[in-house]
Structure formats: structure tokens, C-alpha cells
Design a protein around this ligand. Structure first.
Ligand code: SF4
Length: 512
């Protein structure tokens, strides 16, 4: 098993000493005198699907009053391919009301986020999420994250096949440590016999896990809604004669960078090879282990797979992957993407069922009195809907598999709650990250600013004689980590300070 060099980063030591992600988390959670966990444990909570944050709107005032920061946690739910049921929707809606800030956030990686949870409610939140048959394992941390897949249900046969692969890959690459169950679910305490040199508990990751997070996506052309080139490892379905014959493999995409550090940069993934569907699982594991063994464990700013690909070269990555696979991969085959966006409104699938793609401004599910009652409306829909939901990579929601005789009832609720609204082409293709007030890394506003920015730009478009429904992709983030993938948009705005943004122009509309 892999052994990093002795001069590895602090996080590497921390992971090794954590006893497979246990650390002192139980003690941290039990300490009533503070709303925080220890600094070391803040690194480990990520592997369990939660980040410690603080309400930054309250920071200055609390500092003046010599009070501890208003610590809160965000919990990210693992939802492979973004597929959930109405019962799960209702459960998450209740959890955000009981323990969070009363809103649900649909993320750019097809997950739910619950914001504003205080430490004393964290365990109850995790238990409630698990009770609805979802979990938060590996939703964050130096592991393979939520595996994404083009939702696209009206091309159902192809989508279903790809989704099933994505789900299997996601499950196979989960960390195996029992720490999650012990800490959050009061699971049976497994005797921890692991010591230095014993990797028995994590057969794929080992006790150092990965150098940084790792992201896998599956795209089904002609839609590049998952932004396949923005992730560490991608699979592009190759469709011939109406069936998927295999997948082109992309490697080395990634969005994050740091202002002022020129050695950090966003990178679009390269198309590396082709594999058959039955090779996908093996390829996923072997590419990930190449990064496990060759990724930078000294400088975390240089630890993502994109830098390994850039530094060692695509040929090396492919050869090393093939060496581990024990067979050669095929040459990439042609594919064609049309766009990165979602197609709103009703679409009928091959099986006769209907699917409604609903625009969710900034992915934030909440009521906006005077405009719409989104959260209330979606709750009402979940009560009558017997199909499923798909979270899109563009922070929107597909009400999927609506039987023809149920369509009118859903439409009536959409109308009643003000959810079926005309959109400008700009708004329909815009995305923001969460940023202030909860994200600790935010340098500028994003989610709270985007709706107003779009209104101003819509007016400017009309004044300039341009068409309101021209599709233009614009993405805004509060810092250069790029959670809303701004570097792959036609217009990217990236926060660098309060009220200050870098402007990036010229991404292709198909995300390439
Ligand atoms: Fe936070 Fe930056 Fe991600 Fe926005 S892009 S959510 S500010 S880390």
C-alpha cells in the first residue's frame, strides 16, 4: 500500500493519526461549552459530509461583544446521480425546518445541502438523513465524492443505464471505515485494531486516503449538463445505433485556483481513452489509485489530480492506468455536445411518462413572499407525486416520471405556487455558489447577489437590442475555488473581495 514521503502536509499526518476518520470527533461533539469542534476535527468532519462554518453576517458584532463566532454546520447529502424519491424530499424538507435554516440548497454536484445546523443538532440531523435512506458519507473530504450523472430522464433508456453505472461506481468507491456509523448512528463499536501499517479497514484508500477530493461524472451527449471537463475523471457515453457502446474517458479537469498563486489554475479535462461499459468500474478505481499514489501530498494547493495530469502528462496517466488494469484502453471515439444547460418545462420520455424541469434560482429552495412559494409548492407536489426527482448539475430540479394522468395535477400546483414562470435566456443559464453568509472561504457575495445582477443585465440586454431569450451562460462565485464552475461558462465572475470580481470571458456554450 502507498506510503507518502515524511515531509507530507499537516492534513496527511492528521488523516494517518485519525484512526480511519475517528479523530476526537465524539469528544468534540460532546463538549457543550463551545459550538465548535476542534481544529483537527474540522478536517475530519468533511469526510463525514459536514463542514464547520460560522454566520459571517454576525461575525463582527459577536467579536465586538467578545463572543464566540456563531458556529453552524452545513451538511451535504450524498445523492448519486441526484436521484431521490418524494418521501425523501419530504423528509429533507422537514429536517431543514427542524434543524437547519428552513431552506434546502440544491448544489452544482447534484446534492442537497442543509445549512445553519448548530453542533447540538448535528447528530440528530445525520440520523434523520439516514432514516430516509440517504447518507452523507464522503460527500466531502479527500475521497471520491458524489458521483454525478446527466439527469436527462426523457432519454430514459440511455440515461438509466449510465445512472446505474454511476451509482455502482459511487458505492464501490465509498470509504469503508466504520467511523461514520459509530459516531453518528451509534452503530456497533467495531474494535479498532488498526495501527500503523494496517490498511485493512480501507482496502482502496489506505489510511492516508487521497491527496485531495476526487470527482467523477458521467455525461450523456448531446447534453454536457454535468460539465464533464470540469471534473477529475469523466465518462462520456458513446452512442452508436441508439445504444451505448462504451465511454470516452476524460482526465484532469478541475476548477479551483488561488488568487495570486500563478501555479494554481482551473483546467479542462483531456479526453484520454475509450472503455467498454464493463470496464468502467475498474477504470474508475485504477485512475483514482494513480492519483492516490502520484498526487502531491506536500502542497495541498497542488494536490488535485489536474496537477498530476499536467505534471506527469496524459500519456503517463494512461500507461499507468493500463498497467494497473492489465489491459490496454481503446482510442477515444467521436461525440458531440450541444450545451451545458437544462431544458425547462415538460418533456415526454420514451416510456410515455412526463418530466418537468423546474428552474430553482440559485438552487435555493425557499418561499419568496410576493414572488413564489417554492418550498411550500414543492412540498405539496411531493405529497401527490409518485415518481421521482432528479437534481440537475445546474442547481435545478426535475420532477420526473409523472404519469400522463398526473400531469395536470402537478401543473396546477406549479401554477398555484408561481413556479411556472418565463425566464430570460441569461437567467435560465446562470449559476451561483453559496458564498456569504455561510461559506468560510467566500471573499464576495454570490447567491445573494446573482438574482439582482441578472435583473440589471436583462435590462442592459434589451437596451442593447439583444434578445431576452438568447441563451448566455453566466456563473458567479464568491471565491476562486469555483464551486459553480465559472471558468467553464461564457461569462465567469469570481469574487476577490467585497464588491470585487474577476471577469472571465470566452468559455464555450457546450462546456468544452
Ligand atoms: Fe465558498 Fe468559494 Fe465555493 Fe463559493 S466558490 S461556495 S465562496 S468555496
Amino acid at each position: 500500500m502507498f506510503e507518502p514521503k515524511p515531509d507530507r502536509s499537516r492534513n496527511e499526518h492528521l488523516k494517518e493519526a485519525s484512526r480511519f476518520l475517528r479523530g476526537t470527533l465524539e469528544e468534540s461533539l460532546a463538549r457543550a461549552e463551545t459550538g465548535a469542534v476542534t481544529e483537527d476535527d474540522t478536517q475530519l468532519t468533511k469526510f463525514h459530509g459536514t463542514y464547520q462554518q460560522d454566520d459571517r453576517d454576525l461575525r463582527a458584532e459577536r467579536m465586538r461583544k467578545k463572543m464566540e463566532k456563531a458556529f453552524i454546520f452545513v451538511v451535504r447529502v450524498r445523492v448519486p446521480g441526484g436521484v431521490t424519491t418524494p418521501a425523501q424530499w419530504l423528509a429533507l424538507d422537514k429536517i431543514c425546518e427542524d434543524y437547519g435554516n428552513g431552506t434546502l440548497r440544491l448544489t452544482t454536484r447534484q446534492s442537497f445541502q442543509l445549512h445553519g445546523i448548530i453542533k447540538s443538532n448535528l447528530k440528530r440531523t445525520m440520523q434523520a438523513i439516514n432514516a430516509c435512506l440517504l447518507d452523507t458519507i464522503a460527500a466531502c473530504g479527500d475521497v471520491n465524492r458524489n458521483v454525478m450523472c446527466s439527469p436527462n430522464p426523457y432519454r430514459s433508456a440511455l440515461h438509466a443505464e449510465t445512472y446505474e453505472l454511476a451509482r455502482q461506481v459511487g458505492t464501490y468507491l465509498l470509504p469503508r471505515s466504520r467511523a461514520y456509523h459509530e459516531i453518528w448512528l451509534d452503530g456497533e463499536k467495531v474494535v479498532d485494531t488498526s495501527g500503523p501499517g494496517d490498511d485493512g479497514e480501507e482496502p482502496i484508500y489506505g489510511r492516508f486516503y487521497l491527496p485531495r477530493k476526487f470527482k467523477i461524472v458521467f455525461a450523456v451527449p448531446p447534453s454536457n449538463d454535468v460539465d464533464v471537463f470540469g471534473h477529475d475523471l469523466g465518462f462520456i457515453a458513446i452512442i452508436e445505433d441508439g445504444r451505448i457502446v462504451g465511454y470516452d474517458i476524460t482526465a484532469g479537469g478541475g476548477m479551483g485556483m488561488t488568487h495570486g498563486r500563478v501555479e494554481t489554475y482551473p483546467r479542462a479535462g483531456d479526453v484520454m481513452a475509450f472503455c467498454t461499459p464493463d470496464q468502467v468500474m475498474d477504470v474508475s478505481e485504477k485512475v483514482m489509485t494513480v492519483q492516490r499514489d502520484f498526487g502531491d501530498r506536500i502542497d495541498r494547493h497542488h494536490a488535485r489530480f489536474k496537477y498530476t495530469v499536467q505534471d506527469l502528462g496524459l500519456d503517463f496517466i494512461r500507461e499507468e492506468t493500463e498497467r494497473r488494469l492489465g489491459y490496454t484502453l481503446g482510442a477515444p471515439r467521436p461525440f458531440r455536445f450541444e450545451d451545458q444547460g437544462d431544458r425547462y418545462g415538460w418533456h415526454q420520455g420514451d416510456d410515455g411518462n412526463w418530466h418537468y424541469t423546474l428552474f430553482v434560482q440559485d438552487g435555493r429552495v425557499k418561499d419568496e413572499p410576493g414572488h413564489h412559494t417554492l418550498r411550500t409548492g414543492l412540498r405539496a407536489i411531493a405529497e401527490i407525486h409518485d415518481g421521482e426527482y432528479r437534481l440537475t448539475p445546474n442547481e435545478n430540479l426535475i420532477i420526473a416520471r409523472v404519469a400522463p394522468d398526473k400531469k395536470a395535477g402537478i401543473q396546477a400546483l406549479l401554477d398555484q405556487h408561481g413556479l411556472d414562470r418565463p425566464l430570460s435566456g441569461l437567467r435560465a443559464n446562470a449559476m451561483s455558489c453559496v458564498a456569504l453568509p455561510t461559506c468560510g472561504l467566500a471573499l464576495a457575495e454570490s447567491e445573494r447577489y446573482l438574482p439582482d445582477l441578472l435583473t440589471v443585465l436583462e435590462e442592459k440586454l434589451e437596451q442593447a437590442g439583444l434578445l431576452r431569450d438568447d441563451a448566455i451562460s453566466l456563473r458567479l462565485t464568491g471565491c476562486p475555488n469555483g464551486c459553480a464552475r465559472p471558468y467553464l461558462a461564457e461569462i465567469g465572475l469570481v469574487g476577490r473581495g467585497p464588491g470585487l470580481y474577476n471577469l472571465y470571458l470566452g468559455g464555450a456554450f457546450d462546456g468544452s
